[in-house]
Design a protein around this ligand. Sequence first.
Ligand SMILES: NC(=O)c1ccc[n+]([C@@H]2O[C@H](COP(=O)([O-])OP(=O)(O)OC[C@H]3O[C@@H](n4cnc5c(N)ncnc54)[C@H](OP(=O)(O)O)[C@@H]3O)[C@@H](O)[C@H]2O)c1
Length: 254
Amino acid sequence: MTRVLVTGAAQGLGSEIARRMVALGYEVVVHGRDAARTDVALAAVPGAVAGVTGRLDSLASTRLLADDARGRGPYEVIVHNAALGGDQDRPVLTEDGLERIVQVNVIAPYLLSALLTVPRRMVFIGSDAALSGRPLVDLRPAEPWDGHRTYADSKLLLTMLAFELAARHTDRQINVVHPGWVRTRMGGPRAVLPLSDGADTPVWMATSDEPVARRGGQYVHKRRAEAAPAAAHDARLREALVDSLVAVTGEHLH
Ligand SMILES: NC(=O)c1ccc[n+]([C@@H]2O[C@H](COP(=O)([O-])OP(=O)(O)OC[C@H]3O[C@@H](n4cnc5c(N)ncnc54)[C@H](OP(=O)(O)O)[C@@H]3O)[C@@H](O)[C@H]2O)c1
């Protein structure tokens, strides 16, 4: 059986993606930020084989998560789903002195990617907000503060990271999926899509043998590759981003 890791599986899209992958016969490992949230994830995903724990707003805790996850691997698929939305009226610095949205949405997935073996497939849950994001490769939020713009910037940086991984591993299927506007805590009650629609393309990219799902380095929405933000195709900008991520984490990308 093939094993998959889904981050941020205690609610929202992560739970739904994990449930669907259980239904498809995968061995699913769910992630929560602390022991209580991992228990919530395990309860939300009946049939999950294990839970792993770690906060993404702490480099030390993300390292422990990587250790925990490595012990439950190896993985055929990793779904980087967990993220923090832009509802912050001021920058929040983490214990590492990093802005929290940027740390959770970009630095943590980088650190996990650097510390875990690169699987055959990776699905990074991105957002169309990335299309208006600014490639702030020094990982410092722009001033004046705007939480929603910082979220957009973080999703652009995440897309660039995924495209860099895809460029380094052309034999793997490493892609970004924009799920659409989905009714979750982050999407809010007025969002147009139910969870089932939002999870459809991430799960399809994680599991399908259709041509789009077998390629890498794509920005995918509704099971189709769409034009990615220009910065994702810019190898020099991606390199500058990775340089900053190495400086912050001390870890090199495979
Ligand atoms: N919903 C939409 O309309 C929409 C649109 C575009 C893209 N997306 C993307 O879809 C993905 C899933 O979002 P969602 O809508 O399902 O949001 P959500 O319901 O808010 O879920 C976010 C998940 O991330 C986890 N998380 C957040 N901060 C964390 C931290 N510091 N450490 C560990 N885990 C943390 C949360 O854990 P807790 O449950 O413990 O808080 C939760 O499981 C995200 O990447 C988001 O950017 C969503």
